[in-house]
Design a protein around this ligand. Structure first.
Ligand code: ADP
Length: 263
């Protein structure tokens, strides 16, 4: 499909996504100024619902802006260095409140030494944040999310070590870098013990606005932009992105980017 066509589709989808919470807000305003005018208990409830819808719109706009910022320089690979292990630790450390709320813990498995990769620190933190957010969101209280950073290996090693760990799981490489000789990678793998993702949906993860819940007729939930953001960031980094999942076992997402050479 042409770029113009994709842009037009994207604008139509984005508008549609924003219109849904807006329609709810309009309806709630009408209810508040009409039927619920003399019903204080109802008013409190409707205001709460309005707050949630406004929140949803804000998240959508934040994610859309994030995505457009990432796409703007997607063709310019990063030249900075960042410590992938440090990034993972920092992101995990900021999640205390969400973890307490959900009763989920994070099991950090990091090498003792820094893992210097070619990458932009802020963007790699977005990758870690989105993957960990999802893993926590789809975990049940008492469960633990494993965040692992590992260094060393070529593209095939990454696919084998970070994306093919569960016997009997379904797996898809959502993004694979072009083959390059002598290139070594480091990976971040985020694993949960949640419900897992039906195999038929795996290839669509990372598609903008794609949400399994919606496919199953449940309109709640996120924006469907988190994994698209991850995919675009990793694409800019000329890295790879993998998922494996199994019902009853959980889901694991892994991203890998190039290790920085010596010096
Ligand atoms: P969202 O904002 O909806 O979480 P994402 O792009 O991050 O958007 O994820 C897209 C969809 O992929 C989610 O709506 C969910 O259906 C599915 N998904 C992502 N991560 C997981 C996970 N760890 N376990 C189960 N399903 C997941």
């Amino acid at each position: 499909i042409s770029t113009e066509r994709m842009r037009a589709d994207f604008l139509a989808n984005a508008s549609h996504e924003l219109r849904t919470p807006l329609a709810s807000l309009t309806l709630l305003i009408e209810t508040l100024s009409g039927p619920a005018r003399d019903d204080p208990a109802g008013q409190a409830r409707f205001l709460k619902m309005m707050q949630l819808q406004a929140e949803r719109m804000r998240r959508l706009i934040d994610d859309l802006l994030s995505l457009s910022r990432i796409e703007l320089d997607e063709h310019i690979p990063p030249s900075d260095r960042a410590d992938l292990a440090g990034v993972a630790r920092e992101v995990a450390d900021t999640m205390g409140e969400m973890l307490r709320e959900k009763g989920v813990s994070i099991d950090l498995r990091l090498p003792a030494h820094p893992v210097q990769v070619v990458g932009e620190r802020f963007q790699l933190a977005q990758v870690a944040q989105n993957l960990i957010d999802n893993a926590v969101k789809y975990s049940k209280p008492g469960q633990s999310v494993v965040v692992e950073v590992a260094a060393g290996g070529d593209r095939e090693d990454m696919i084998a070590q970070a994306g093919r760990r569960w016997e009997g799981a379904s797996r898809v490489a959502l993004l694979t870098p072009a083959a390059a000789a002598n290139r070594s990678y480091a990976s971040i793998r985020v694993e949960d013990s949640g419900q897992g993702i039906d195999q038929r949906f795996l290839p669509r993860l990372g598609e903008r606005f794609f949400r399994v819940e919606r496919e199953l007729g449940d309109e709640r939930g996120g924006t469907g932009l988190g994994l698209a953001i991850v995919k675009h960031i990793i694409n800019r980094h000329r890295g790879g992105f993998l998922v494996e999942s199994q019902a009853g076992r959980g889901s694991a997402f892994a991203a890998y980017v190039e290790l920085a050479g010596e010096g």
